[in-house]
Design a protein around this ligand. Structure first.
Ligand code: FAD
Ligand code: MLT
Ligand code: ZN
Length: 453
């Protein structure tokens, strides 16, 4: 680049002028996060189409001394996908490579910008499925899912995103490329760079492509929505289901206040004639219809106050809507302080009881709505009417969680939202190692400055 060539011109020479966005109105649509709480200002938006273009963009930004914010579907919930002022926003949405499914290995190689829904459609045509699933599927990208080590609704059966990734092709901060897409399940040749990138939130490298492990597509599915007295009852029912049903795939918890918000937003009918304090949604999946097995276990659970079961796609979808509509319904009620935490499962019921009290102590008018993934002790603590007290609310919630030996981030990551609280979940020695790794791979702090560390 000559001194008279602007960064935009250099980027346009790499990706084509149509893929360098500078119009303020267009750029603005990339500058606010999904929750509406985090905003930034981008230098411009650049949309590379393949790994080589990503590498050239990174080199051009490095040469100009301009940092890069990596953005996939912008569904992240910790403010990590919006730029700090002046960064180039690198959008991965044109990295849409979809290789043929390798049915022999049950693997596939795809671009980092492929959405989860597009990936599901692609692999299901070959009788296979993706081990991770959640409500943002139409927009979130697989690169973003690896970068956040996304969890979701199937972790109890298949693990988090890290467990699905066998290889990546990534561009590092100096523009160099690491490519490991052979998909070898056994490959002990030193440090695991693939695993290191999982959960790195765009701070160590840009995931341009990845090799994913796939799981069998299970055509027999049964969903039960179960009404309960409290969280302890949910934990107890999940324990019995887990012990007796290898087909158990999801166990999701929500409460009467969350259901009321969902019904207000969606106008869904009440699921049961009587309102109950807690609701557990479970899904079993296998080759044949698992309904009878599921009902047999539920009949042995005295905690079940009411239950409804569906095995047809429409009925299952209708039950999932009560759970999956939580995020949008909460956002429709205002900008929430979103805290995603986990505690050891034996402490889950205590935490659910203690969290609203801890929040009320610092923000008396706040409205906490809790829901989450039971089996991992993962609670989504959403606090409405408290955005002006976000720091106090975060401190109260995260300190309480730390007192249970929990994690300040179960699945959404640290981002900008929880950076100053990292010390509650990681020791000084661990944070020092993380800084050393960041400095080694990105000494100039080019990638996602202000995120995580
Ligand atoms: P973005 O939001 O664009 O980015 C997220 C982070 O990843 C940022 O740090 C960004 O810089 C980085 N990044 C993105 N792409 C790349 C790349 N190719 N290379 C390197 N870094 C990259 N999350 C869960 O874990 N479980 C859930 O159940 C869940 N449910 C959700 C439901 C809804 C309705 C919504 C809105 C969100 C939900 N999320 C959930 C959060 C979010 O969808 C996930 O974190 C998802 O993985 C983010 O993907 P994305 O493509 O939108 O990433
Ligand atoms: C979920 O499980 O629905 C998500 O992680 C999204 C959220 O926390 O709102
Ligand atoms: Zn979740």
């Amino acid at each position: 680049m000559t001194s008279t060539t602007s960064l935009e011109e250099r980027l346009a020479s790499i990706v084509g002028a149509a893929h360098v966005l500078v119009d303020r109105d267009v750029v603005a649509s990339y500058e606010t996060d999904w929750t509406g709480r985090f905003r930034g200002r981008a230098h411009c938006v650049v949309r590379p189409a393949d790994t080589n273009e990503v590498a050239d963009v990174v080199r051009a930004c490095g040469a100009a001394g301009v940092s890069i914010c990596v953005q996939g579907g912008n569904t992240g919930l910790v403010g990590a996908s919006v730029p700090v002022d002046g960064a180039v926003l690198l959008s991965t949405t044109r990295l849409t490579r979809l290789d043929p499914v390798d049915v022999v290995s049950a693997q596939v190689t795809v671009g980092g910008g492929v959405t989860l829904a597009a990936l599901q459609q692609h692999v299901r045509a070959s009788g296979l499925d993706v081990g991770v699933d959640f409500a943002a599927r139409e927009s979130c990208t697989v690169g973003g899912m690896v970068a956040t080590n996304a969890g979701g609704e199937r972790v109890l059966r298949y693990g988090t995103m890290r467990a699905q990734v066998l290889g990546v092709e990534a561009v590092l901060a100096d523009g160099s490329m690491v490519s490991r897409l052979a998909g070898l399940p056994k490959d002990n040749t030193g440090y695991d760079l693939v695993s290191l990138l999982a959960g790195s939130e765009g701070t160590l490298g840009i995931i341009a492509a990845l090799r994913l492990r796939l799981v069998p597509l299970q055509p027999g599915r049964s969903v039960a929505l179960i009404a309960l007295a409290d969280t302890a009852a949910a934990v107890s029912v999940v324990r019995r289901l887990r012990e007796r049903l290898p087909s158990l795939e999801a166990a999701e918890l929500f409460f009467a206040d969350g259901l009321a918000l969902v019904r207000e937003k969606t106008h869904l009918a009440p699921p049961f004639p009587t309102e109950r304090p807690a609701y557990l949604l479970v899904e079993c999946a296998q080759a044949t219809d698992p309904t009878d097995d599921l009902l047999a276990v539920l009949e042995d659970c005295p905690e079940v106050a009411d239950a409804t079961v569906a095995s047809d796609p429409r009925g299952r979808h209708a039950l999932w809507a009560y759970r999956e509509s939580h995020t949008e319904s909460i956002n429709a009620a205002g900008v929430p302080v979103k805290l995603d935490v986990s505690v050891p499962l034996p402490a889950l019921a205590d935490a659910v009881a203690a969290l609203p009290k801890a929040i009320a102590a610092v923000a008396p008018k706040a409205r906490p709505i809790l829901f989450g993934h039971v089996n991992e002790g993962n609670l989504h603590v959403n606090v409405l009417d408290a955005v002006d007290r976000a720091e106090d609310v975060s401190a109260a919630v995260l300190r309480l969680v730390a007192s249970y030996d929990g994690s300040i981030s179960a699945e959404h990551g640290v981002g900008r939202a929880k950076r100053e609280w990292l010390h509650l979940s990681r020791s000084p020695a661990e944070i020092a190692v993380m800084r050393t790794i960041k400095n080694a791979l990105d000494p100039a702090g080019l990638l996602n400055p202000g995120v995580l560390l």
